[in-house]
Design a protein around this ligand. Sequence first.
Ligand code: SAM
Length: 224
Amino acid sequence: MVEVLKDWYIGPDRISSQVVVAGDEICVKAWKGQRSWDIHNKPRKFIDFLTDYFKGRDDLVGAEIGVYRAENLCSLNYHLKCKLLIGIDCWTDRGEFTDSHREIGAAVVDGKDEWNYLWMANSYLEAWWRTHLLRNVMLIRGYSVATASLMGQVFDFVYLDGGHMRKDLESDCRCWYPKIVKGGILGGHDWEVESVQAGVRDYFVDSKITYLGDADWYVVKEGD
Ligand SMILES: C[S@@+](CC[C@H](N)C(=O)[O-])C[C@H]1O[C@@H](n2cnc3c(N)ncnc32)[C@H](O)[C@@H]1O
């Protein structure tokens, strides 16, 4: 018997998906919506800033840490000319979204933790649908610090929007800043969150950090 566990109809112009249970198997079916939110919404301040900063460049290499449904990743890709844009996310039971949805999940899935896994599986599928036809966009399912260790110093920009705890920001700055080329940009989201500011300030002195507004911040890569 196939039981439909949950429908996620996110909206007429968004990707919808359905979680089904067949016997012991749980799977998430996804299908593509007509258009996606990302490119039709106003870009974030970080994207506006990069558009200006990298004006004339059509060979950018960038990464977003914390992709979730790839809305901002697609917005980055739409507004900037990237020869390679990598989206890195663990898509598992971790991070601000899974934490904040734990209570909802407990109510919906009978107190079990499956909700969090299904929620993240669903967001991975959404991210995949959004990006799989974009030849310059690559998704990596992995933890930020571990994935950074595989990378060279090749990035013109990296946008941090993964873990939002103080230690996440400190470790993300520590492992991604060296991967940025001289004159490149490390930035991120949710500056108004106390733990985000604290973590960034654990790594950078205040005078290096610029706040762009609307929760976005950046530093310019100096040195080598
Ligand atoms: C705020 S959401 C990202 C939203 C996305 N940047 C956007 O604006 O559309 C945070 C994401 O970070 C991921 N995440 C949290 N900690 C992580 C880590 N240590 N490594 C990789 N991804 C992580 C979570 O799985 C979640 O999908």
